[in-house]
Design a protein around this ligand. Structure first.
Ligand code: ADP
Length: 521
């Protein structure tokens, strides 16, 4: 018997589905014991409690995924696909709806193709960034990856969530080309040129013929991605990881305004990131070294910390790639540009120097260094508040003031970074809380909801969010009476009439589970 059945599912239909799944993928790949399901949870959950999954299915190949979905549709059992389940800060390996059956794709972990002439890879969901990196290193291929921090997650999992990396190929969905997708009713399609049986350009030309649909399978519940093409960067002749330290809080506006034309013209080719002092400090020290009191760190302690660690109030990080004389000239030009800000200090490192984990990320070398920053506070986990703004100094300052002052009011440090994309900033505020302190969690939930609402009122939307807040964030995308969500739910009901694939993901609810909207937060 399942410990928690999904809503609107009877024990008898659940048992019938389990029997069919056992027959189609083998009993050992249908997990129902509590100890086997413990990992399908959110280790960073902000919630007081959540019951988690009722079972997990581990298919070995595409045909088995198709069979799993057909059986789910037949019996009306909700499934939640994960690739490696490392989606920490946004929900981990937990489903949105308690009692959902996990569709764990980690056994499908083949690297199907790596082409060093046309520079792409074709992978299955269980392939992690570490796996792909090792494959390339072992064969000494002249290719670089773009990896998120940390590197243990899956290439497909990160790309379908529209995650980012730190090389010029850091817009992972932007660099994706071609998908294979199992639809909720078990049908199988390939996107782009893959829609033509004989094409050899599946991983080379994104658009194929007719509507471009790959985006429909990112941050959605419209299909299970079983293969994905990813463009890779040719290994550059030389690499320089550059840091600029700025002394003053007020410098933020000028930093962003100097950066904008340089980013848009690709003089800075990668996702330049502005780390706040606390984020920078957390990779070097722990908070107790500077402050042991309650609430957010007061300004005098912050000042002492910045001085003692010899860091900036803002710490800008980007990298340059190419032949040595090119990048040296670029670096000279960039030092001149940012040198207009009084007190700016510069440092640069090459491969072979002693590298910080963020330097490694800019070189596409997967690592787990980011986890050290969790030691900033004891027992700390986090959920990330991630609004988008224009790549504009005044906008950055407005968001920074809004988030940092609310965080301080609620007793949390501003653990923030601003990452420059093509023309926008992803502002990532990691709201850290003690995972065993229910009061602190409740305060974190309250702050998070306030941030979503206040950001929306100011015209800022999140690019991604924790499962518990998907409905709240989806509701902020409200143009024309929520036309976008209405369209998404029309599609959902058409392609998933049984409503079985990841109900509630991104706030998209099928008719069958519509009464579950709103959720825990
Ligand atoms: P990672 O381990 O790379 O962080 P996850 O496996 O945790 O990624 O997946 C993150 C989220 O992306 C999941 O909650 C799920 O909603 C979605 N997802 C992951 N893999 C797939 C897939 N192959 N097809 C469709 N959606 C997926």
């Amino acid at each position: 018997m399942a410990s928690t059945l999904p809503p609107h599912v009877t024990q008898s239909s659940f048992d019938a589905a389990l029997s069919s799944w056992r027959r189609s993928i083998g009993s050992v790949h249908v997990l129902t014991a509590a100890e086997s399901l413990a990992g399908y949870s959110d280790a960073y959950s902000p919630l007081a409690e959540h019951a988690g999954a009722s079972a997990a299915l581990l298919p070995a190949n595409v045909e088995e995924v198709r069979a799993v979905l057909r059986i789910a549709s037949e019996h009306g059992i909700p499934l939640w696909p994960i690739s490696t389940g490392r989606n920490l800060a946004y929900g981990g390996a937990a489903p949105r709806l308690d009692g959902t059956v996990m569709l764990d794709l980690k056994r499908m972990n083949r690297i199907l193709e790596v082409d060093d002439k046309l520079c792409y890879a074709l992978v299955e969901p269980g392939v992690s960034y570490f796996d792909l990196y090792e494959y390339i290193q072992e064969r000494k291929l002249p290719l670089w990856l773009s990896v998120p921090a940390p590197g243990w997650g899956s290439v497909i999992g990160n790309t379908v969530e529209r995650g980012v990396g730190y090389t010029p190929y850091g817009d992972h969905f932007g660099m994706q080309c071609g998908m294979e997708v199992v639809l909720p009713d078990g049908d199988l399609l390939r996107t782009g040129m893959g829609a033509m049986s004989g094409s050899r350009a599946w991983s080379l030309f994104k658009y194929g013929f007719g509507p471009y649909v790959d985006g429909l399978f990112t941050q959605s519940n419209f299909g299970v991605v079983t293969k994905l093409g990813m463009w890779l960067m040719p290994a550059p002749a030389d690499f320089l990881s550059c840091s600029v330290y700025f002394a003053n809080e007020e410098d933020l506006q000028q930093i962003v305004d100097i950066m904008r034309p340089l980013k848009i013209a690709l003089v800075i080719p990668n996702a330049a990131t502005i780390y706040s002092a606390v984020v920078k400090a957390a990779s070097l020290a722990v908070r107790a070294d500077f402050y042991r009191g309650e609430g957010a760190m007061p300004p005098d302690a912050l000042k002492r910390m910045i001085k003692q660690l010899d860091i900036g109030f803002w710490n800008l990080s980007f990298a340059l790639y190419g032949p040595t004389p090119f990048i040296e000239n670029q670096w000279a030009l960039l030092q001149q540009a940012f040198g207009r800000i009084k007190g700016a200090r510069f440092a640069a490192k090459r491969l072979g120097d002693e590298l910080h984990y963020r330097d490694l990320l800019q070189a596409g070398i997967p690592n787990m260094g980011e986890f050290n920053t969790l030691n900033w506070l004891p027992q700390s986990v986090h959920m990330d508040f991630s609004p988008i703004s224009a790549l504009d100094g005044a906008e950055a300052v407005k968001q920074y003031r809004m988030i940092s002052s609310r965080a301080r009011e609620h007793g949390f440090d501003y653990f923030g970074a601003l990452i420059a994309g093509w023309r926008e900033l992803h502002h990532i505020f990691a709201l850290g809380f003690n995972r065993y302190d229910e009061n602190e969690k409740a305060r974190a939930r309250k702050l998070f909801a306030i941030l979503i609402d206040e950001a929306a009122a100011a015209g800022y939307g999140e690019y991604r969010t924790h499962l518990a807040y998907m409905d709240r964030v989806a509701a902020t995308y409200d143009y024309n009476n929520g036309a976008m969500l209405r369209f998404q739910e029309k599609l959902k009901n058409a392609i998933d009439p049984a409503g079985v694939l990841a109900p509630g993901k991104q706030g998209i609810w099928p008719e069958r589970f519509r009464d579950q909207r709103g959720g825990p937060a």
